[in-house]
Every structure is written in C-alpha cells, then in structure tokens.
Design a protein around this ligand. Structure first.
Ligand code: UDX
Length: 427
C-alpha cells in the first residue's frame, strides 16, 4: 500500500521505517526542512536502536522518501497516518495545535482528491478527539463527508523509547478504532503480516486504551515506589519484595522497579492530560492525582538520603546518568533534572556524565560540569548518585569508586553489580 506519514518525529519515523520494512511505499512528511533532508540522506534525527540501518535499507530500495509537501504526499498515497506531537500545556492539558494543523492540511488536500482516502490517527489523543475535533476539521476544509469520501481510524502506538522499532514490528496488540467497518477492514489488511492480536473497536475506545495503558504503567511504578519508600524506612530491600511479588502471574515482574520515579515524554504528560479530561467531565481521579504526586516527590528521596550522610554545600557530587532511561538521549521530564536542581539549590557542585544525553541536558541544565568519562566525574568527588541505569554502569567496581574522596554511593536506579557498601533510594 502507498502510505503517507504526517509528522516525522519519533513515532512517525519509526512507523514509516516499520511499514517500509514490510514492503510498503512510504512518504514521510515534516515541516522541518532540515529533518526532511536528513531522512533523505538516510540520517536519523533521533537515536533509536536499528532505525538507521532500516532507514538506509528503505531508501536504497526506494520504498521511503521525505518531503515538506503534504499535498503531494496525500495525493500520492492511499492512507495517511497522523503522527504529530500532542505536547503538554502548562496546565497539564494536551496541546492540539499540531493535530488541528495536520487536520486542516489534510482537509485542504482532500478537497482536490477524488479517490477514497483513509486517515489514521496514531498520535496520542484524548477520548473523543478524533470524533469531535479531527473529523469536523477535515470535513469542513475538504467539503467531503466522512464515511463516504474518506475513512478514518484511530490506531494508538505503544512504542517505548530505545525499543521503538522492535515494539512496532512485534506489538503485543494492534488496536484499531474505526469510524466504520470499511475503514477498519482496510487498516486490518495493512497489518495482515504482523503476528499480533488485532482489536477492532470504536474511535474513542481506542483513544482511551492508549491513555489507560500508560496510566496503568505509571500507576504501577508509583505503587512500587510507595512500597519502596516504606521498605526504605524499615531497612527492607524493595527489589527483593518486587522479585517475589512479580512471580504472581497477575502482578508480573515488569514495571515493578522502584527508583527515583518515571520520566519521559509520555507518562507524565498522558496521566496529567487524562486527569484534566476527567475533571472536565466532572470526575476527580484521586488515584491518578496521587500517582503524579508520588512521582513528583520521588526524586527528592535520593537527596534526603544524601543529606543524612553529609553536608553537601561546596562539595563535589558525581552524577552518573541524565537520560530519563537508558539507550536514549532523551531527558524530557527526567528525574535527574529535579535531583540536580535540588542539589544545586543546596550549594553542591555537580559533575555529571551520561553516555548519550549530554547535548540535550546542556539545553536544560547548562551550569553544571559535564564530564567526558565516568572517571572524570568520580575523581575527588565527595559522593556519587546514579540516576540512569545505563548498562555501562553495571560493571563499575570498587576500584573505579576508589577515585572518590569518600565512597558515598547512592543508586536512583538499580544497576551496580560489583560494588560493596552502597545503598539505593528504596534499597
Ligand atoms: C512509555 C510506555 O512504556 C510506552 O508503551 C508508551 O508508548 C510510551 O511511554 P517510554 O516512556 O519510552 O514508554 O519508557 P518506559 O520504558 O515505559 O519508562 C518510562 C519511565 O518509567 C522511565 O523513566 C523509567 O526509568 C521508569 N520506570 C520504568 C520505572 O521507574 N520503573 C519501572 O519499573 C519501569
């Protein structure tokens, strides 16, 4: 099938490359000319495992190209995925700016297109957005009728940063919210060579499945962090508790790692947007408010532990890890930012190392010392906090930490395997 992808950011590019790897012809659309140029040169604007070689392969087979021209892309494709961002606004609401712009552009193009076209909303949008915002804009700007001249589906993504390509190729489930059976059938056909269960449902149910899934995962993390904070006061290792809990199939071992809280561009944004949506329909989601509250306070727990050990004013604190999770350079809502701000407010001097996220971190926290190696951060430091579980930290040994003035090590994420005498935020 000929596919156009409206918005070639993180989700769009991984979706484009994933469909191209299945033999489909894909046109990536973006407003950013630099990004379009990079993609056409087989350069990936984001760091994601396997993305670069799959992009090179797709381009060499002439199955994928990028353009800033959305009209050409829609005219020369049968199905268009909307994969633009829905960032948080200051009050926690979801911003629809890019969704509305994409819908207008699609409407304006469909006005000139006579053949049937399928639109697929893959951006994370709150329940009722497709029906109440996107369809009316496309109908108004195209003069066409949904169900007659064009079809629409809502097909949420469940991609994890660092594993996005494998999550796209091997999804646990494919959710198709459909305006009508005709469009749902077309989308199901597109996914026919994926070995995953397909759920056919309504548009707003599909929108809710995405939010409910992320909100549950965030809840599970805040739950184990609450248990972790209690365990810490009792001198219990939360990881041992979690391991035994996880053997219960109903609980599962996944997403049961306590630490300094969840970050990233999804969980904080999606849970806040769902809370605000619930408020608008006169429902106060106390549980989700608490999930956010626990998460907001979690990074400070590691600072409290450090302050019990030493006065940090004027001291050199080594920080290993800035990214919100390993295998990504993304520091959006990373707990490391709150930890570092708190340490700096108390007069500490920060020496930070992260294998990938330095460039992005400098944009948000410019006035700390960035080190080119773990050793440089540890040299003559008075304490060390580990804030991202990068695999390269696993092999650190007592010898590495002997470079410190005093061996005070606190893990914000469970990662050290060859070191004695350290503790963790919940262990
Ligand atoms: C998440 C969802 O997993 C994915 O399905 C959705 O499409 C997008 O949001 P992502 O944000 O990329 O993916 O990262 P994820 O691996 O889920 O981790 C999110 C945060 O939770 C990270 O900061 C991670 O460190 C933290 N986390 C994760 C925990 O603190 N404990 C855990 O047990 C798991």
């Amino acid at each position: 099938m000929r596919i156009s992808i409206i918005g070639s950011g993180y989700v769009g590019l991984c979706t484009a490359v994933g469909f191209a790897s299945k033999g489909h012809e894909v046109i990536c659309v973006d407003i950013d000319e630099e990004k379009v140029k990079k993609i056409n040169n087989s350069e990936t604007p984001i760091f994601e495992e396997n993305l670069e070689n799959m992009l090179k392969d797709a381009i060499s087979k002439k199955l994928l190209y990028a353009t800033t021209n959305i009209n050409d892309a829609i005219i020369n494709s049968d199905i268009s995925f909307i994969t633009v961002g829905t960032p948080s606004m200051l009050n926690g609401d979801m911003s629809l700016e890019y969704i509305k712009k994409a819908s207008e552009d699609i409407g304006n193009t469909l006005e000139k297109k006579n053949s049937y076209h399928v639109i697929v909303v893959k951006s994370t949008v709150l329940p009722e957005t497709t029906e109440k915002i996107i369809i009316p804009i496309i109908e108004k700007d195209s003069g066409k009728i949904v169900g007659r001249n064009f079809g629409i589906c809502m097909n949420p993504e469940f991609l994890r940063e660092g594993k996005a390509i494998s999550d796209f190729i091997n999804p646990d489930r494919i959710v198709i919210g459909e305006y009508d059976k005709k469009t749902g059938d077309i989308l199901e056909k597109l996914y026919k060579d994926f070995d995953s269960p397909i759920i056919r449902t309504s548009l707003k149910t599909a929108e809710m499945i995405k939010y409910a899934s992320n909100a549950f995962l965030a809840t599970k993390i805040s739950f184990i962090n609450e248990i972790g904070n209690i365990c810490k006061k009792l001198g219990i290792d939360t990881n041992e508790v979690a391991k035994a809990m996880g053997l219960d199939k109903r609980i599962s071992p996944h997403f049961l790692e306590s630490g300094i809280g969840f970050g990233g561009s999804c969980f904080p944004k999606d849970v806040s947007a769902l809370i605000n949506k619930a408020k608008k329909i006169n429902y106060e989601s106390k549980l989700l408010e608490t999930v956010i509250d626990i998460n907001r306070n979690q990074p400070e727990k590691i600072v409290e532990i450090l302050l019990k050990k030493m006065d940090i004013k004027g001291k050199k604190i080594a920080v290993l890890g800035l990214a919100f999770k390993p295998k990504t350079d993304d520091i959006r809502d990373s707990p490391a930012i709150s930890v570092i701000n708190s340490l700096m407010n108390k007069g500490a001097k920060i020496y930070a190392y992260d294998p990938k996220a330095e460039l992005n971190a400098k944009k948000i926290i410019p006035d700390i010392n960035y080190c080119k190696s773990i050793g440089e951060a540890l040299d003559n430091s008075d304490a060390c906090l580990i804030l991202t579980d990068w695999p390269e930290f696993k092999s650190l040994s007592d010898k590495d930490f002997s470079r410190m003035n005093k061996k005070i090590i606190i893990e914000g994420r469970k990662v050290l395997e060859n070191v004695d005498n350290f503790e963790g935020v919940c262990w």
